[in-house]
Structures are given as C-alpha cells and as structure tokens.
Design a protein around this ligand. Structure first.
Ligand SMILES: [Zn+2]
Length: 389
C-alpha cells in the first residue's frame, strides 16, 4: 500500500516529465510494452498509457501492446476504450484467451453511450427463466450504474469470484443452482461494498451466467493485482449435517473431514490447471506482473479466512462454521491470497431454504461485506495461536 501511495505521489509531482526521453526515442514496441507493463504493475496508469500508445504507434499490430492498453484503460475505468483494445488484441492473436475473456466480461455491462449516440445494450433477448437469474440481472445493472469511478487512493483490491457458471452449474437442488447463488451473492456483495470504494475496490470474475475455466479465474487474480481473492460457492457434500458458512485458506492437508470433502467436490469443477502460466506472452505477462506474491499468499489467505469467519455478525442468516484449510486448486494457482467460501451447503435443507430467499441472500451479502472489511482492516481479535481452526 505504501509503495502504491508513493507512486501516486511521484506521478502527481513529476508527472510525465519523469519519462526518460531515450525510452521514447530509441526503444522498440516490445521494450516500450515492457516499460508500460512495469508502470501498470506499479499502479501508474497514466505513465503506462503514454508508453503503450508510443509502442502502438511503432507497431500497431502488436497484440501484447493492445492487451496492455486494454488493461490500462480498464484500470482507469474507461470500459469502452478497454473493450476496443481487448477486441483488437484478440483479433491480432486469437489465442489470447485472457483478452477474449476480459472483452466478454466488459461487454456484459451496459457501456456509456458512444460519441455517435447509439449506446450498446446488453442483450435481453436470451430467456432467463429463473427468478434468481432475474435478481442477478437487477443487481448487475445497479452495480454497473455505480461503476466507472476509479479511485486510486490505495484501496484494497478484492477479486470476487462467483463459482461455476455457464455449462458448469455446480451443485443443484430443486431449482437452485450453485452457479446462480454464487453469482447473485457476488453481485450483491460488490454492490454492498460499492460505497466503500475508497477502502476496497471489488472486481468480479464474471457478471453473468458464463463458463469460466479455473485457470482464468486464477489468472484474473494476478491480472487485477488483487490483494485478495474471494471465491463464492455453495457445494453439495455427502455429509448432510454440513451447514452454514465455511471459509478455507489454502493448505496441502485438509484441516478436517469437511475440508477434504469440499476440496474434492470443488477441485473436480476447477478443471485442468496451471495452463495459463505457460501460455505464450500472456502467461509471461501475468507471471511478470505478479511473481512477487510468493508463498506468503497461503499464510495470508488462511489468516484472512480465520479473521473473516470470526468477523461474521451473529445476526447473519446462516450459522458460521470454523475456518480451515483445504488443498483447493484455485487458491493454489491464483497469484493472490485467497479465501474459498462455502456460503452454505446445498446438501443441507436449512441452507437451501435460506439461499433460496432473496432477503436472506441480501442479509448474507451484507454479513459477508462487513466481515470482509473487518478482516482486511485487521480489526478482528484473534485468539492466541495454536488453537485448532
Ligand atoms: Zn462450488
């Protein structure tokens, strides 16, 4: 956080005069892209944009430059420009899955009207039968209204991942699908925390019912430079007594039998992992942006999971279980500390009843938001170490 503040200050004081003229005169598009990427990673979007546009003028068909421009504009809150550059990046390099994913993600939001006048509408022609999906749509629109203001005051960056989606419904009981519950809660959580954007900025891995491979979710954590990844789920496990909110940090060994069950069920949905790390320029780009995170992220994720569970208000619509650790692939691969949240279990009748109610989901989202802020602020009083989760 201090480093980010310092960079902001430097920008304010030195501004563009700090650019080395030699960089602009002599460097190749790739060198400029590297410089731009470094600035972007440091949080200096304005400087990154100057470098990247210079790179673009030298090589307009460089897909990496276009992808980085997309990311820079996205960080700046200019979704329309970001979409343009991500789309170009995909056109230049159809293998650039991440740019494709981000273009898709951005285009799910209603964009502000273009200069010409005709604003893009999100397609409403697809039939959305379930009430939950309708709720999600309303939440998404409300969220989009509040989006676009990017405050770079050094807030925490939290990537909220709505588990499953698209072809992968996750668990399902009656008309309730885990993918829908997770999306609804993710959108509600983001909306609930929107007024606190000076303190915490929420990014979402998905904002609609779309498929998203596990590696992409893990990659997005690094892409956003997230301080924390929170993945939302409501699994169905073979133990019907399992109920309430359970939070896991990464651990090679499951902390108890339920943690082992959760890891088995959720890892099956994660799919093949680690591929993004080896993907051409994009993997390099992700890795370079985030290789400083290291193994500390596991300890940090686990500590945050414990603090988070302790901070959940007693009035939450679901009881809280103890936090634990589990060998979850998403947490292992994401370049950020992570909390894997089971926001209830669809194998438990009481949880199903609670998660099926919009009012209870809203109350749950509020409880999760409160707990998240308290955990990030370090407000949670923890018992002396050594106590088992
Ligand atoms: Zn799940």
């Amino acid at each position: 956080m201090d480093r980010r503040r310092a960079l902001l200050l430097l920008t304010a004081v030195g501004g563009l005069a700090m650019l080395r003229p030699s960089v602009l005169l002599a460097a190749s598009a790739d060198e400029l892209a590297g410089e731009g990427q470094a600035e972007l990673t440091g949080g200096n979007v304005a400087k990154a944009l100057v470098l990247l546009h210079e790179a673009e003028s030298k090589d307009p068909r460089n897909d990496r430059v276009q992808a980085l421009l997309g990311r820079a504009y996205f960080q700046q809150g200019d979704a329309r420009a970001a979409l343009t550059h991500f789309t170009l990046a995909v056109r230049l390099n159809p293998e650039d899955t991440l740019s494709r994913l981000l273009a898709d993600t951005i285009s799910q939001f209603p964009l502000p009207a273009a200069k010409g006048g005709s604003g893009r509408e999100t397609s409403s022609s697809r039939s959305r039968p379930s009430k939950l999906a309708q709720d999600a749509k309303a939440e998404r629109e409300a969220l989009a209204k509040g989006a676009g203001k990017s405050s770079r005051q050094g807030p925490w960056r939290v990537l909220v991942d709505a588990g499953h989606g698209g072809l992968d419904a996750g668990a399902a009981v009656g008309g309730l699908r885990e993918a829908d519950v997770a999306l609804d809660l993710a959108l509600r959580l983001a909306r609930t925390l929107a007024p606190a954007r000076n303190e915490v900025v929420i990014h979402l891995t998905r904002t609609a019912d779309v498929s998203l491979p596990g590696w992409a979710r893990a990659g997005l954590a690094g892409f956003y430079g997230a301080d924390l990844l929170v993945s939302l789920h409501a699994a169905r496990v073979s133990d019907p007594a399992a109920m309430g909110i359970a939070a896991y940090g990464f651990g090679r060994e499951p902390s108890d039998a339920l943690a082992a069950l959760v890891a088995r069920v959720e890892n099956a949905a994660y799919g093949p992992g680690a591929s993004w790390k080896s993907r051409g320029g994009e993997g390099l780009f992700l890795a370079a942006a985030n290789n400083a995170v290291g193994q500390d992220r596991f300890a940090r994720g686990l500590a945050l999971a414990r603090a988070f569970i302790r901070a959940i208000p007693a009035a939450a619509p679901l009881p809280t279980r103890v936090a634990g650790s589990a060998p979850l692939k998403l947490l292992e691969e994401a370049d950020a500390p992570g909390i894997f949240l089971e926001t209830g279990f669809l194998s438990n009748a009481d949880d199903v009843a609670a998660l099926g109610s919009p009012d209870k989901r809203q109350a749950l989202a509020q409880a999760l938001a409160d707990a998240l802020l308290a955990a990030l602020r370090g407000e949670v009083k923890m018992p002396p170490a050594a106590g088992r989760g």
